[in-house]
Design a binder for this molecule. Structure first.
Ligand code: GAR
Length: 201
C-alpha cells in the first residue's frame, strides 16, 4: 500500500510539484493524497488541483500557533494522512504538532544543515563566503531546521553569486532530493530512532 502523504506549502510549490511527479511512478511507495496551504492564494494549489489532488487551504491569521496546528492536524487526520512533507511551508510548527508526527514528517531546507538555518539560507551562505552550499531533507524536530538529516546534496557557490542565482542552482537539486527522501521513508528504508536517521536495506 502506498503511504498517504500530505504536502504542506505556502507559495510557489515547486518542491510539491517534484513530489507529485515522482509519485506518479507505479512503484513509488507514497501517493500525494492532499496538498495543504496556510496561504489561501498559494500558487502551488492550482497545480495540485489540475493534477486531481485534493487541496485544503486555511489561513493562519487570527489563530494562536498551537490552535492553528491543531486545525491542520485535524485536516490531516480527516484525510487519513500517514506522512507529511513540509515543502516551502513558511511556518514554524509547534512542539505538540511535531510530537504527533514524529518520525513521519519531513522538511526540505536550502542549505547544508546544520549551517544556515532559518529563512535566509542563501544570503547567509554567501555572506559567510562558503564555496559549497546545497540542500537537506530532514525529519522535523521541535527546534527549527535541527531534525535528523536523511539526505543532502552539495551545490557550488560561484564567485559573484547572488542569493537568487544560488537559489536557482540549489532548487534543481532540491527537486531530485525530496522525492528520494520521501521514497526512503515511505518504503521503510529510513526511520527516526533516538533522534537519528537509521537506514536499512
Ligand atoms: C525551497 O527552496 C525550500 O527549500 C525553501 O523554500 C523554497 C520553497 O520553494 N524552504 C525554506 O527556506 C524553509 N526554511 P517551493 O515553494 O518552490 O518548493
Amino acid at each position: 500500500m502506498k503511504k498517504r502523504t500530505a504536502v504542506l506549502i505556502s507559495g510557489r510549490g515547486s518542491n510539491m510539484r517534484s513530489l507529485i511527479e515522482a509519485a506518479k511512478a507505479p512503484d513509488y511507495p507514497a501517493e500525494i493524497s492532499l496538498v495543504f496551504s496556510n496561504a489561501v492564494d498559494a500558487e502551488g494549489l492550482a497545480f495540485a488541483q489540475e493534477h486531481g489532488i485534493p487541496t485544503k487551504a486555511l489561513s493562519h491569521k487570527g489563530y494562536a500557533r498551537e490552535a492553528f496546528d491543531e486545525a491542520v492536524d485535524a485536516i490531516l487526520r480527516e484525510a487519513n494522512i500517514e506522512l507529511v512533507c513540509l515543502a516551502g511551508f513558511m511556518r514554524i510548527v509547534s512542539a505538540p504538532f511535531v510530537k504527533k508526527w514524529e518520525g513521519q514528517m519531513l522538511n526540505i531546507h536550502p542549505s547544508l544543515l546544520p549551517s544556515f538555518k532559518g529563512a535566509h539560507a542563501h544570503e547567509d551562505a554567501i555572506a559567510a563566503g562558503v564555496r559549497i552550499s546545497g540542500c537537506t531533507v530532514h525529519f522535523v524536530a521541535a527546534e527549527m531546521d535541527a531534525g535528523a538529516i536523511i539526505v543532502q546534496a552539495a551545490v557550488p557557490v560561484e564567485i559573484g553569486d547572488t542569493p537568487a542565482a544560488l537559489a536557482v542552482r540549489v532548487l534543481v537539486q532540491e527537486h531530485k532530493l525530496y522525492p528520494e527522501a520521501l521514497k526512503l521513508l515511505a518504503s521503510g528504508k529510513v526511520r527516526l530512532e533516538g533522534g537519528k536517521a537509521v537506514f536499512s536495506d
